[in-house]
Write a new protein. Structure first.
Length: 189
């Protein structure tokens, strides 16, 4: 049987919901491309997504059903746009309190001072944070973190040097033999 591609989905879950919806209404359909979308979801775009395949004789009714569901979802989740403006007027008491707060550095009770000026608080001793501690001691932290790496590099370099030098030390010990008068080269016969 030849199948008709009805829709392409970029998420496997959404495609499975559409198939379940259509199969519950006796529409013959299946999905193609689920292996890539399920196992390698980040490659779903490259393979063209998950394709909803429908029997040709049921394609029109399936398209209508999916369009109805999409229209319902859009109607439920889209906010109504009106020309009404929200009421931003504060009660007079609170408005006076806010005006005083803007004129001074005092924050009224129940209001947040997240964006207030901290310029006047420079004289106060603030409790040091972890980030400030790390910034002040970054040289020591780098040294302690990098020390094992440095020691490892030094160990490898010394090992390579000993491997390179060892044969020469053995050869020189065979050629230079000590005698009573001093060291003279003795060539083995």
């Amino acid at each position: 049987m030849d199948w008709v591609k009805l829709e392409t989905f970029w998420s496997l879950e959404e495609a499975q919901l559409a198939v379940a919806y259509l199969q519950a209404r006796q529409i013959s359909c299946h999905l193609e491309g689920t292996a890539v979308a399920g196992n390698f979801w980040h490659l779903s775009n490259a393979t063209g997504g998950v394709k909803l395949m429908v029997a040709p004789d049921m394609a029109e009714s399936a398209a209508e059903m999916l369009a109805e569901v999409q229209a319902q979802r859009t109607a439920e989740h889209s906010p109504e746009i009106t020309d009404e403006q929200p009421d931003l007027n504060f009660p007079p008491e609170e408005e006076e309190e806010l005006e005083q707060a803007f004129d001074s550095d005092i924050v009224p009770a129940g209001h947040d001072n997240r964006f207030g000026d901290d310029d006047d608080n420079d004289d106060e001793d603030e409790r040091p944070t972890l980030l400030s501690h790390l910034r002040e001691n970054r040289l020591w932290i780098v040294l302690f973190v990098m020390a094992p790496i440095y020691f490892g590099i030094i160990f490898v370099v010394l090992g390579l040097i000993s491997i390179i030098v060892w044969p020469f030390s053995w050869i020189s010990s065979r050629i230079w033999k000590d005698d009573e008068a001093g060291s003279k080269p003795v060539i083995p016969q």
